[in-house]
Design a protein around this ligand. Structure first.
Ligand SMILES: Nc1nc2c(ncn2[C@@H]2O[C@H](COP(=O)(O)OP(=O)(O)O)[C@@H](O)[C@H]2O)c(=O)[nH]1
Ligand SMILES: [Mg+2]
Length: 465
């Protein structure tokens, strides 16, 4: 499985050393390609994992378009939406005095930003607004904010005074995602000059010195409070009006563009790899789950069918061989689920090895008898597998059906199936614990989960129905 981890760590190193290769983007693209190829999904899995795969493919276009996302974070009412509006020079993001004005992720292209710097032509800058990270009862919103942080290329962390404990915690958490963070001390118009400087110094030098470079702490006043003005009219009367002072946003704008100019290309590449890595592990985990579920279902159905075949077959040797033929078929089918095609011969020798392990444990009385009969296909077994259950049942009558024997055969198949599943999942290896331990653990787990009882229930149902 190809993981972009190697590329990721070398890129991170380069970023730290400040020497970023020009080919960062093409490196990321190559890594993305091999990630996609390495997934080796079956058409069915492609369907089930469509949205994750689409996201992974979408990263290509993000790389091509040089899209850079700048996301605002912070507690509610610090001025996140206002800061983004001030950058845009328009009221795009909803601003509110009350809690929770911004309830979902909102984005807008920042056209005025990129064009002004020679190094950034062609880059699309996207401003992303998020809900406050401290919303009461807003766990979903918090998740949304963190998700946006994962996707963002630059994080603007907005505060409006000295940092509260929650803000420091959030800042440390965001630091972990390895993105450049600019700490924005907004609403400075609310403080007298001296206080403002004192707070700024305190934030820079004490609070976040270990998290953020002093240069990356900037002061803004995105939406200063309006003040009253007296307008003198021609007739000599005066009228009172409200006027809002111009925002102070240039220091932030300059800082963002500096960071982008320095790390823009590498940032896009780096983030693409980070997101690709996350998506990749997500897809792999889900792929394993999908396969395991299919395998479990298949093992259960085979175990019930095997029990039914054995229980219905009056000839001892044939029931044995019939059972084994089904088990071999089951293991070949399991191999297909895990994308590891097995021949019937390999499957048969797996059955033999596992039966030996079971026999050595004394777990299955009939194990030796089964082995003595060899692995042959049985006409009876095949007939029953192909759906001939009802007829022989009427013929023999329910009394002829030995539930105990059937249940033993079912349980054996169940253990063989899960044994084979473990073997396949480990890339066709029994692993350091060895075949005996694996089989022993499966049997113990089956007993703990009362698999035998549940198999009996299904067996009865199948035979009656
Ligand atoms: N005085 C002052 N008020 C501001 C400033 N920025 C935002 N506000 C006000 O703070 C409140 C919350 O702003 P908003 O942008 O919605 O905050 P958000 O919840 O962080 O997105 C609104 O009433 C804004 O008018 C600022 O720089 N100075
Ligand atoms: Mg807001």
């Amino acid at each position: 499985m190809t993981m972009p981890t190697e590329e990721l760590s070398s890129l991170l190193e380069e970023l730290e050393e400040g020497a970023v290769r020009d080919d960062a983007v093409s490196m990321a693209r190559a890594s993305l390609e091999s990630t996609l190829e390495g997934l080796k999904l079956s058409p069915e899995e492609e369907g089930l994992l469509a949205s994750e795969v689409a996201q992974l493919r979408g990263l290509f276009s993000k790389l091509e378009a040089k899209t850079i996302e700048i996301a605002a974070f912070g507690m509610v009412s610090r001025g996140k939406s206002s800061v983004l509006n001030a950058l845009l020079g328009r009221e795009v993001f909803e601003v509110g005095a009350t809690h929770g004005t911004t309830v979902s992720r909102v984005e807008e292209e920042w056209r005025r930003g990129a064009g002004e710097r020679p190094g950034l032509e062609g880059a699309r800058l996207i401003l992303v607004d998020t809900p406050g990270i401290d919303e009461v009862g807003g766990e979903g919103r918090e998740a949304l904010a963190l998700d946006a942080a994962r996707r963002a290329d630059i994080i603007l962390f907005i505060v409006s005074g000295d940092l509260q404990r929650g803000e420091l915690e959030a800042l440390s958490a965001l630091r972990e995602v390895q993105k450049p963070i600019i700490l924005v001390f907004n609403q400075i118009d609310r403080y007298p000059e001296v206080d403002r400087e004192a707070i700024h110094a305190k934030i820079k030098d004490e609070r976040v010195a270990h998290l953020i470079r002093p240069d990356d702490v900037v002061m803004t006043s995105a939406r200063p409070d309006p003040y009253q003005v007296k307008i003198l009219k021609a007739d000599g009367t005066a009228e009172i009006a409200w006027e809002r002072p111009a925002p102070v946003i240039e220091p932030l704008k300059t800082r963002i563009l500096d960071v982008l100019e320095r790390e823009g290309k590498a940032l896009v590449a780096l983030n693409t790899l980070l997101i690709a890595g996350d998506l990749h592990s997500e897809i792999v985990a889900r792929k394993v789950r999908i396969r395991d579920e299919a395998a479990n279902q298949m093992i259960w159905n085979f175990a019930v069918a095997t029990g039914a075949a054995v229980g219905l077959n009056p000839i001892p040797i044939a029931d044995v061989a019939g059972g084994l033929a089904l088990d071999v078929g089951m293991i070949v089918a399991l191999g297909r689920v895990y994308g590891l095609p097995l021949t019937r011969r390999t499957a048969a020798s797996l059955v033999r090895d596992m039966m030996l392990a079971l026999g050595a444990m004394g777990a299955v009385g009939i194990a030796t008898r089964l082995l003595a009969s060899g692995v042959r296909s049985s006409l009876a077994g095949v007939t029953i597998l192909s759906g001939g259950l009802a007829a022989p049942l009427t013929l023999l009558g329910y009394a002829a059906f030995s539930l105990a024997q059937a249940a033993t055969a079912s349980t054996t198949s169940y253990v063989l199936g899960h044994g084979a599943k473990t073997y396949l999942r480990q890339g066709c290896q029994w692993g350091p614990r060895g075949i005996k331990t694996v089989i022993q653990e499966i049997l113990a787990q089956a007993q703990a989960d009362s698999v035998v009882d549940r198999l009996k229930v299904d067996l009865k149902k199948k035979l009656k129905g």
